[in-house]
Design a protein around this ligand. Structure first.
Ligand code: NAG
Ligand code: NAG
Ligand code: NAG
Ligand code: NAG
Ligand code: NAG
Length: 446
């Protein structure tokens, strides 16, 4: 998520052969059919399994983190539907991108990898463990250990010297955004800690999660009225305060809080936080309280390729929350159901399963891309959480093997602040920005 850029594939004129599909939110079969359609719609964009391509990458200009998010969507899809169509490509991608230290810091991504980017892959590995996704060959690294590696590496980067704590957005000092701390990086760290605590029963993760949550409130990225702002600059997190509100920030804290509630044996303090985050989600991010949308960019149609996917992660986490806290399930499935119906209306179910971006339009809006495809899958499958078992833990049938020390050595530590030798001096973040803009423009004109 290095440089926001304008969506390229925005104005494909597919309207002429658009056929929406009808979703009955009360029918598991109907939701499954919609999810199967949209899982295939996402697949159309993915070529990483083809000869000469790189497993775990979508074609340029889609950033690497979104591939991690897509793998997570397919992992949950498999659990919610029982359809194993994507197992092979997911396993291939998830293992190809682990990097030399098995912590999702592959050297190819050094110039575009923030804590949040790495975190999306860590969450995918966590989902694989929790959802009993088929374990990799026992001779190699396992899902749980990968999630632990991401978490442990991020814990070493916790920065008390600025803003009283928190993770920076970027991992490497030479990247744009190293001077910024944000809610998404810390929200993912919080959620990963909560889920690792619940899966392993190790309280250290929960203590970290609580520390991250507390810090987010202390800098008022997360306010007393449960609004979540994007972030602010070091050293004080007062300057450069960015008040933009994104669906996925609230989604990450919501899901993390639901796991904390579960881990802490139905803790009332976490329940009240979950309830408040849920109410905030529905009032801020559901148009007329019924259809999920991205108010920060959707009304003006300025969402970039990253942002088009964000509301999918809110829906994903609302599904998790409903599984973990049954007393909130009706409220959640009500708004997820109406959103799923709206997604169906904006997809081309007939010829290639393309979905648009704005579900409030009641029809395909002409905007397509990987981000739209991920969101359309996440939103339509989230209500299927109703019919699936809660995420497993090591005490309830989870079989993934962990490694408490994963990710604590070499390049994942906070000491790596210089570009690796192969890229040093060749690239600066500014240069990359220009490069990205130019090629973006080139592709657009082509
Ligand atoms: C890194 O990039 C090289 C050159 O494009 C490619 O051959 C390799 O497969 C990539 N590795 C990963 C993990 O993406
Ligand atoms: C989904 O995950 C749950 C627990 O994580 C597991 O019990 C169940 O067997 C999984 N279902 C499928 C179809 O993979
Ligand atoms: C988080 O804050 C609460 C009070 O607001 C405090 O009781 C708790 O000890 C803090 N937890 C951590 C890990 O700092
Ligand atoms: C939750 O309850 C179990 C069983 O009573 C207990 O062993 C465990 O310590 C409790 N966990 C927390 C975080 O309070
Ligand atoms: C719990 O996790 C911490 C942090 O990774 C680790 O140092 C510790 O050894 C773990 N404890 C157990 C009992 O596995």
């Amino acid at each position: 998520m290095l440089v926001p850029h304008v969506s390229l594939v925005y104005s494909l004129t597919l309207l002429s052969y658009c056929h929406s599909f009808t979703v009955d939110p009360t029918s598991q079969a109907s939701l499954k059919s919609g999810a199967t359609t949209n899982a295939a719609g996402l697949r159309v964009f993915y070529h990483g399994d083809e000869p000469g391509q790189i497993p775990g990458n979508f074609p340029y200009p889609t950033y690497w983190w979104q591939a991690g998010a897509a793998m997570n969507a397919w992992i949950d899809y498999r659990n919610y539907t029982g359809d194993s169509t994507y197992d092979a490509i997911v396993t291939q991608a998830m293992l190809f991108q682990v990097g030399p230290n098995n912590d999702y810091l592959p050297p190819n991504q050094t110039l575009a990898e923030g804590n949040d980017d790495q975190g999306f892959w860590g969450l995918a590995a966590m989902s694989a463990a929790e959802r009993n996704f088929p374990n990799p060959p026992s001779t190699g690294v396992q899902w749980l250990a990968l999630a632990q590696a991401v978490f442990n590496g991020q814990a070493t980067r916790w920065d008390d010297a600025n803003c009283g704590g928190g993770l920076r957005w970027q991992i490497f000092a030479f990247n744009n955004g190293y001077g910024y701390k944000n809610s998404i990086s810390n929200g993912i760290f919080f959620q990963l800690g909560a889920r690792l605590a619940q899966y392993t029963g190790n309280d250290t993760y929960a203590q970290w999660a609580e520390k991250a949550y507390n810090w987010t409130t202390s800098v008022k990225f997360l306010t007393s009225t449960y609004i979540i702002y994007d972030g602010a600059d070091v050293p004080d997190c007062i300057t450069g305060f960015d008040r933009i509100q994104w669906t996925y920030n609230t989604g990450m804290y919501l899901g993390g809080a639901a796991f904390m509630y579960t881990y802490q044996n139905q803790s009332s303090i976490w329940l009240s936080r979950v309830e408040a985050l849920l109410d905030s989600s529905i009032s801020l991010f559901f148009s007329s309280g019924t259809i999920v949308y991205e108010p920060a960019c959707e009304p003006e149609q300025t969402c970039n390729d990253d942002q088009t996917s964000f509301k999918g992660y809110l829906a994903r986490n609302m599904g998790y929350t409903a599984q973990l806290i049954p007393s909130l399930a009706d409220k959640i499935f009500n708004v997820l159901g109406s959103s799923a119906v709206a997604v169906g209306k904006c997809c081309n179910g007939g010829t290639g399963t393309v979905c648009g971006n704005d579900y409030t339009k009641g029809t395909f809006d002409g905007h397509t891309g990987v981000g739209e495809a991920i969101a359309a899958l996440e939103v339509i499958q989230a209500p299927l959480a109703k019919y699936a078992s809660s995420p497993s833990s090591a005490r309830t049938g989870g079989t993934s093997t962990g490694d408490v020390n994963a990710g604590t050595t070499s390049s994942s530590g906070h000491t790596l602040t210089e570009p690796p030798p192969t890229t040093a001096g060749k690239f600066s973040a500014v240069f990359v920005t220009i490069l990205v803009s130019l090629s973006t423009f080139g592709t657009y004109l082509a």
